[in-house]
Design a protein. Structure first.
Length: 398
């Protein structure tokens, strides 16, 4: 999906926010109707019935009629698709959209093609009920039948076209690479390369802590609290932009250099789930807080390194060339003799085999095992290799 930065005027921002409110209202109303289903009642209205009800509501309420019918009707279509994805097991249950967090709407059909290029750096798009809005030409505008306008929590507007780029062709050198994702080292390659995802600097971290302390002292609903939350959102948006940029560059580099890319088959959603509260035996009625604090730190380390986004972009850019390997004991198995034991992993960075004495970086050793498709069963006795369609040349460190 190609995304561009929008630069609306203050008056245009008011119009865009009104469109977002209409789309969010229609979505939440459709969700409320769908949530009222029970076994003793009939089926809830579908997309066709809800579109008919929307037409009747626009004839009665002037504030709803002032908005774009395309935006409101597309919100119903998006909700219908979300329900179908939920029943198919693709995504979770549709959730409520909230002000300040879910600000956006979609334009489809012929209205999505109203784009004019102003010069080499700027272009403009005609948004229904709002007018022509400038956006930055950071890349070529793709041919798409729809686009989505969103506003993030930092107050920035973006224009995203629903166009899937072509996959990157394989280099044909017949090489395979293993990628081990970690918290200290974002991605370790079987070639010996250690890649780190950039985040906030030390000075930015100090400012974030200072703003969080100020936020705790602000009154709920005050203007000062709103300004502090906006400043915090800007820092998080800056870190997110750096993470996405690193993922795009890393995934493109791997897709261009290697024919097959092997990664660990990790369930990130389950790994980053909030832990269940455990009763504290020393405090009746209390819970252990250190466990949740340690788990939240580990979850934050996983999310800020972009584990899931990296694999998603690899699967899109190197379509059909990404293989997932079981992560069982890949960090404890020696790449030279194949001996597996917890004692091999001395610490986070050092791997030293107690059987043959082989020493290497722990993450690189795990990446070589991933590249070879080696995993070990629960009894640590039998090597369980993956069965790829082909066996390219293994790219390992010298």
């Amino acid at each position: 999906m190609s995304r561009f930065r929008l630069y609306p005027t203050p008056a245009q921002q008011t119009g865009l926010l009104q469109q977002c409110r209409h789309a969010r209202y229609v979505w939440n109303l459709a969700l409320e109707q769908w949530s009222m289903w029970s076994r003793d009642k009939g089926p809830t209205p579908g997309y066709v019935d809800q579109s008919r009800e929307l037409t009747e509501a626009r004839a009665v309420f002037g504030w709803l009629r002032a908005g774009s019918q395309t935006v409101q009707q597309q919100a119903l279509r998006d909700f219908d698709q979300a329900v179908q994805n939920f029943y198919a097991g693709i995504h979770g249950r549709p959730a409520w959209r909230k002000t300040g967090r879910h600000e956006g709407f979609r334009i489809v059909g012929g209205q999505a093609m109203r784009i004019e290029k102003m010069n080499r750096k700027w272009a403009k798009v005609l948004v229904p009920k709002v007018g022509w809005i400038r956006f930055r030409l950071s890349r070529a505008v793709p041919r798409a039948k729809s686009y989505r306008i969103t506003r993030d929590q930092a107050g920035r507007w973006h224009l995203a076209f629903a166009a899937i780029p072509e996959p990157i062709p394989a280099p044909g050198a017949g090489e395979i690479v293993g990628v081990d994702r970690g918290v200290t080292v974002s991605a370790a390659l079987s070639t010996g390369e250690l890649l780190s995802c950039p985040g906030l600097s030390e000075r930015e971290w100090e400012r974030l802590k200072h703003l969080q302390r100020r936020l705790a002292r602000c009154l709920s609903g005050s203007n000062r609290r709103r300004r502090v939350k906006a400043a915090i959102a800007q820092l998080h948006a800056r870190a997110g932009d750096r993470r996405k940029d690193w993922v795009e560059k890393t995934s493109t580099d791997l897709a261009e250099r290697f024919d097959v890319i092997r990664v660990e088959d990790l369930r990130i959603a389950q790994m980053t789930r909030r832990p269940r509260p455990r009763p504290d035996p020393e405090r009746p009625g209390g819970f252990v807080s250190n466990r949740r604090r340690a788990k939240s730190g580990r979850n934050r380390g996983i999310l800020v390194n972009g584990w899931g986004l990296l694999v998603t972009r690899l699967e899109q850019k190197a379509a059909g060339r990404v293989e997932k390997v079981s992560p069982a004991y890949t960090s404890q198995t020696c790449t030279v003799c194949g001996y597996c034991a917890p004692e091999n992993r001395k610490n986070q960075a050092v791997f030293r085999c107690v059987a043959c004495g082989h020493q290497a970086h722990a993450d690189v050793n795990a990446a070589v095992n991933i590249a070879a498709g080696r995993a070990v069963n629960a009894r640590r006795e039998i090597a369980v290799p993956v069965s790829p369609k082909r066996e390219p040349q293994l790219a390992t460190s010298a």
